[in-house]
Design a protein around this ligand. Structure first.
Ligand SMILES: C[S@@+](CC[C@H](N)C(=O)[O-])C[C@H]1O[C@@H](n2cnc3c(N)ncnc32)[C@H](O)[C@@H]1O
Length: 243
């Protein structure tokens, strides 16, 4: 069955391109690279790599990169870029909940940007991350902060979040592709961390990232800017496998 992301792959590529979109570039990737440190010569798995722009950046930083994704179309774009400018990135099409093509304890670092909240099988994916990582290996992932799924409302003092049901796990229309089959998953933070801790992962970095741009443009509305400075848009977490 084609993955739902196939439907939007080329559209996604238009906004993300070779460098990432403005959120990747300005807010998330600098934090990811800071937590990752020097990856020269390391084997890095880009989990839910999409059209592969980050895999290619990681390869340019000297890593030996494996990118995995469930979407054939996303990987088609990634392979086309690899053909146009070979960087030695190996792409595998699979569900991250079953990465059986990747050997146990063979990966130094796993990176996943804007993937975990889109993956239905996140419990199995976390178990697989622990299986393929070497002991002492790092997992760094970025997701939209779970608060951002709450409704933003405004009163005379400005914007705030109206949270009705934070603890419930919900499949929701993907914020970026509301009129398609693409979905995302709201989960409370404890849902991720209980699973990560149970497979021997320990937190080494926890960054709640605020954004002062909206769709890449400066925000003129003063109340919206004040809100954006207070409510984190993204969460970037680094963990190390200790078992
Ligand atoms: C928002 S895109 C992120 C792509 C890329 N990491 C980036 O930052 O541009 C989410 C990706 O997750 C992939 N995905 C969703 N569920 C997956 C699964 N179970 N296994 C592997 N990839 C999955 C989709 O195909 C899509 O490419």
């Amino acid at each position: 069955m084609p993955a739902s992301w196939d439907e939007v792959a080329y559209d996604y590529h238009k906004t993300v391109g070779e460098t990432g979109d403005s959120y990747h570039r300005t807010y998330v990737n600098p934090v990811i690279f800071d937590i990752l440190g020097n990856i020269n010569g390391l084997i890095v798995l880009d989990l839910a790599c999409g059209q592969g722009y980050l895999s290619r950046i990681l390869a340019r930083k000297g890593a030996r990169v494996v990118g995995i994704d469930i979407s054939e179309k996303m990987l088609e774009i990634a392979q086309n870029s690899e053909k146009a400018e070979p960087l030695g990135v190996k792409y595998i099409r699979c569900n991250s909940g079953d990465m059986s093509e990747i050997a146990d304890e063979s990966i130094d670092c796993i990176v996943s940007t804007f993937g975990f909240h889109d993956i239905k099988e996140i419990g199995a994916t976390i178990e697989e991350c622990s299986r393929v990582l070497k002991s002492g290996g790092k997992l760094v992932f970025a997701i939209p902060h779970p608060f951002t799924y709450a409704r933003r409302v405004q009163d005379e003092e400005g914007y705030y979040l109206q949270i009705r049901d934070y603890m419930s796990i919900k499949e929701i229309p993907h914020p970026k592709y509301k009129d398609t089959e693409v979905v995302a998953y709201h989960r409370p933070l404890s849902y991720y961390f209980e699973r990560l801790f149970s497979v021997g992962m320990q937190i080494v970095a926890f960054r709640e990232v605020t954004a002062e741009l909206s769709r890449g443009r400066p925000i003129k509305d003063k109340q919206l800017l004040a809100y954006k400075r207070e409510i984190p848009g993204f969460l970037v977490v680094g963990l190390v496998k200790v078992m």
